[in-house]
Design a protein around this ligand. Structure first.
Ligand code: APR
Length: 317
């Protein structure tokens, strides 16, 4: 395998730390750069003792951001503030939008060819913000910018397998749309293996549980934050798929929120084939049933607003 450098921005956070651990034990990673505004020396020292090949370095503060990013093949961004009870993903908007804008400005300068895996919420808006920042810098490549929606897929698989009584490691469920509430649309009609034991009521309930998965964790954590461990797992799965694509492994397909012509919306999550330059092909929706068609219509308004809000923020500040 070629040498691959992965940078994590926000590496000392609730998502960042377990993500750093998972990327450290990924055999495709030769260099792991951990950046945060505080706390990275400790995280880097800790993770660096694990006896896997990746060389770990910690970087702290804006003046070390360039060095952290230089030469990166994949940059994963979980920097920001997490959602607290009563907060919608939209409440996070102003803080996280500013953080993402700053970090993407640095990516455009120091590693303009890297694949960017956006985790900072609201992803529906932060991905368009990143696109605008890169356009302004003249480095935008729509094949290299991803909103990580893998946690929605992970949840859909877990909930579907549990309800249908199928072995969870064999289950696959495409999830399309966006990454918040009703914009998350799991396509259980395309789940594999198919299940004939689920009623329409079950499908409605599974859809809702997938859409509300983030809130389920926020409420259970009772004021201590949002999903971190499952999000780190999902981020590691998606980054691994990106690295495999870069390394030329054939047939790497993941759902991701990317620039898209699948619908009339400029950004949309659907199955994406990953290759040596990032997105090789954005795959369509396949056949939808009436419930899913309705779900698709229902999500468009909110997703469109979130995209426009991101674009407006990027231009306004
Ligand atoms: N650059 C780098 N790191 C930053 C910056 C910045 N400008 N601003 C904040 N951070 C760091 C914080 O120092 C912290 O270590 O981001 C980390 C965020 O960690 P947590 O507060 O624990 O939040 P977490 O639960 O990891 O969620 C982070 O991911 O899923 C989203 O909604 C979630 O947007 C939130 C983000």
């Amino acid at each position: 395998n070629p040498e691959r450098k992965v940078a994590i921005l926000g590496a000392a956070g609730g998502i960042g730390q377990p993500l750093a651990l998972l990327m450290k034990i990924n055999p495709l990673v030769s260099s792991l750069s951990l950046f945060d505004i505080a706390g990275t020396p400790g995280v880097a020292a800790d993770v660096s003792h694990i006896n896997s090949p990746a060389l770990v370095k910690g970087f702290m503060g804006d003046d070390q951001l360039g060095e952290a990013l230089e030469g990166s093949d994949v940059v994963i961004i979980p920097a920001g503030v997490p959602r607290k009870p009563g907060m919608t993903r939209d409440d996070l908007f102003n803080i996280n939008a500013g953080i993402v804008k700053g970090l993407c400005t640095a990516i455009a300068k120091y590693c303009p060819n890297a694949l960017v895996n956006m985790i900072s919420n609201p992803v529906n808006s932060t991905v368009p913000i990143a696109a605008e920042v890169f356009k302004k810098a003249g480095t935008y490549d729509e094949k290299k910018l991803f909103g990580v929606t893998t946690l929605d897929v992970v949840r859909a698989k877990t909930f579907y397998a549990g309800k249908a009584g199928l072995p969870v490691s064999e289950v696959n469920v495409p999830v399309v749309g966006g990454h918040a509430g009703v914009t998350i649309l799991p396509l259980f009609s395309q789940a594999t293996p198919a299940s004939n034991s689920l009623s329409q009521e079950d499908i409605v309930a599974l859809t809702k549980r997938t859409q509300d998965g983030g809130t389920e964790v926020v409420e259970a954590k009772a004021g201590k934050g949002s999903a971190t461990l499952s999000m780190a797992y999902a981020g590691a799965v998606f980054a691994d798929a990106c690295l495999k694509g870069l390394n030329g492994v054939p047939d790497i397909v993941e759902c991701s929120y990317v620039q898209s012509t699948v619908t009339e919306l400029p950004f949309f999550a659907s199955k994406v084939r990953l290759g040596k330059n990032g997105v090789e092909e954005v795959l369509g929706l396949g056949e939808l049933n009436d419930f899913e068609k309705q779900g698709l219509e229902n999500l468009k308004g909110e997703l469109k607003d979130s995209i426009e809000k991101g674009i407006k923020f990027a231009h306004g500040n």
